[in-house]
Design a protein around this ligand. Structure first.
Ligand code: SF4
Length: 474
């Protein structure tokens, strides 16, 4: 198995590994904590954030309701600008198209700028299997590649690595390693290493943040400028993009860009926002000779008009995971799929099947933080509840859960039995309580090993309520 192939540990084992890793907890909190503060500051200084959010939601909904129209418009304008447009229904088809273009270009080495769609379709592994050298040029992706890891966050893929670990990796793998653990020295070291790869690459592969229908342009945003070096130096530029990335025009892209950047990093704008429009033209100083756009479906048309239609609005900003109480405890790798956090728990069952990701749809407290911070108001808790219902209806829930819920439903329909059961449960729970908390219970160790219950009050709510009524009648 290569580093890129999937590790099939069960979800619970992955969670236990993550919870036992104290360094990971510190790394997650450091990054997501800063992101939360910066986002809150950016939103509080935006006079009409709610209005922009609503407009963003409406733009995305308009595009998904008219996807056929905008796809055709985009293709027509992209071809007119000199691009070659390819259509891929599945992840395999998309990888095949990219590998074929690389082979036709006789590519030995490709550079890639960060693209979650590339991860989703398994492009790194497909390139590796085709014997093509791949160099990740986003600094965090570069770290992930050197470590043989997978990304653990959609904006900060190497969030799980500490500075000391990164310094060690660079010392081990860079041709001219840095002799200091200071961040500027490490950045210089990565820059030296990556610059050689940029100049050597035959093909550059990027993703797309937006596809502009009325011009056929592809928009990428980065903070390091690596997308520009990836796409302008090599002879061939390949864009892989999900079909939901369409927007009608530049004006619409600007609304979503402002929402995306503020939600992702709390900045006003990214350092580099580039619109790529066709290959190099006569007289251009630089740019690729060939410009390919691979439009990828991979389940998106299946989501269209269905229960997951709202998910097609996702801008991949990462705000939902930064604010998720579960993600902040376990990090991204524990989720197992390409996309972690709340949006990952909604998307993974669609991409990989519900049977294998049933645990993910339960790994949520439904507190609603994710929807509240989502720049396009995706009802993630509702979508997760929908998956839970489907899991129940398809008989995927374990027998013990079905029995417990059957008993609960039965008791809830018989008030006397319900009151008796809760009165007994409260008294039993109190036996295990210590200093206000229940930290361990026999037969429920799986629950209490990572969670503490507040010790219940000595009487149930109903008992206290009836006592209060009696007092009031006296
Ligand atoms: S679901 Fe919303 S908050 Fe989460 S990544 Fe997508 S757009 Fe951002």
């Amino acid at each position: 198995m290569t580093a890129l192939e999937t590790d099939f540990k069960p979800f619970k084992t992955r969670v236990e590994d993550a919870l036992a890793n104290r360094t990971l907890k510190v790394a997650i909190e450091r990054t997501t904590g800063t992101a939360r503060l910066k986002r809150a500051a950016a939103v509080s200084t935006w006079p009409n954030f709610a209005g922009a959010r609503d407009l963003g939601r409406r733009i995305k909904d308009h595009v998904t309701s008219n996807l056929d129209h905008y796809l055709i418009e985009f293709e027509r304008n992209a071809i007119a600008s000199g691009a070659k447009v390819h259509w891929a229904s599945t992840a395999e088809e998309a990888c095949e198209i990219v590998v074929d273009i690389c082979k036709a270009a006789n590519a030995k080495s490709v550079t890639r700028s960060k693209s979650m769609l590339g991860e989703e379709i398994g492009l790194p592994l497909a390139l590796e299997k085709a014997g093509i050298t791949r160099v990740e040029t986003d600094l965090a992706e570069h770290i992930v590649q050197l470590a043989g890891d997978k990304p653990s966050h959609i904006i900060w893929p190497a969030l799980h690595r500490t500075r000391e670990e990164v310094a060690e990796l660079f010392r081990k793998h860079h041709h001219t390693p840095q002799n200091s653990d200071e961040i500027p020295a490490m950045v210089r070291s990565a820059r030296r290493q990556l610059r050689e790869a940029f100049l050597r690459a035959d093909v550059g592969i990027s993703g797309a943040n937006f596809l502009i229908a009325d011009s056929g342009a592809v928009c990428t945003v980065t903070n390091e400028g690596n997308a520009e070096l990836t796409t302008t130096i090599p002879r061939v530029h390949i864009v892989t993009a999900g079909i939901e990335k369409l927007v009608p025009s530049l004006r619409h892209a600007m609304v979503l860009l402002r929402l995306l950047v503020r939600s992702a990093t709390g900045a006003d704008f990214t350092q580099y926002t580039t619109f790529h429009c066709g290959p190099k033209r006569p007289g251009d100083a630089d740019g690729p000779e060939e410009f390919h756009i691979v439009l990828v479906d991979n389940g998106r048309t299946h989501m269209l008009g269905g229960d997951l239609n709202d998910m097609l609005r996702c801008l991949r900003c990462g705000a939902c995971m930064n604010h998720c109480v579960v993600y902040r405890q376990i990090g991204g790798h524990a989720y197992g799929g390409t996309y972690p956090g709340p949006m990952g728990s909604v998307l993974t069952p669609e991409l990989d099947g519900l049977a294998g990701s049933r645990d993910l749809v339960h790994a949520c407290t439904l507190n609603g933080n994710c929807q509240q911070v989502c720049p396009v108001d995706i009802p993630l808790p509702t979508l997760l509840r929908g998956w839970r219902e489907k899991s129940w209806n398809e008989g995927l829930e374990p027998r013990s859960v079905r029995r417990a819920l059957w008993f609960w439903a039965f008791a809830a329909r018989h008030p006397f039995l319900y009151r008796m059961a809760t009165a007994v449960a409260v008294r039993v729970l109190r036996l295990f309580g210590e200093a206000g908390w229940v930290r361990s219970m026999p037969m429920a160790k799986g629950w209490t090993s990572h969670r503490d219950f507040p010790k219940p009050a000595s009487r149930t709510f109903m008992e206290q309520y009836r006592a209060a009524q009696r007092r009031a009648r006296k």
